[in-house]
Design a protein around this ligand. Structure first.
Ligand code: FES
Length: 105
């Protein structure tokens, strides 16, 4: 699935993500700046925070309680904030657009 990450300054990175991996992992594999992912994908650091583009909010599975709790620890939180390590890549997400916060701290 193709995923586009857009940095806070507008720079776009389109990557090819593998089904089953997380959106965070796809960003890391492709050296997308702006995702730190300190905890390695266990919903316990909130440094893989990104904003799911409005049009995709209904297509991405809703966050679970652990993710909801950790998002509240992220910086620059918005209503469409998600932890990218908790979004699993699937064919349904082909074309997904995730904007990145200006910083993860
Ligand atoms: Fe740590 Fe996502 S990588 S919460």
């Amino acid at each position: 699935a193709k995923i586009t990450f857009i940095e806070a300054d507008g720079k776009e990175h389109q990557v090819e993500a593998q089904e089953g991996q997380s959106v965070m992992q796809a960003a890391m594999d492709n050296l997308v700046p702006g995702i730190v992912a300190e905890c390695g994908g266990f919903a316990s650091c909130a440094t893989c925070h990104g904003y799911v583009e409005e049009a995709w909010l209904t297509k991405v599975p809703a966050p679970d309680a652990a993710e909801e709790g950790m998002i509240s620890c992220a910086y620059h939180v918005r209503p469409n904030s998600r932890l990218t390590c908790q979004i699993k890549v699937s064919p349904a997400l082909d074309g997904l657009v995730v904007r990145l916060p200006a910083s993860q701290t």
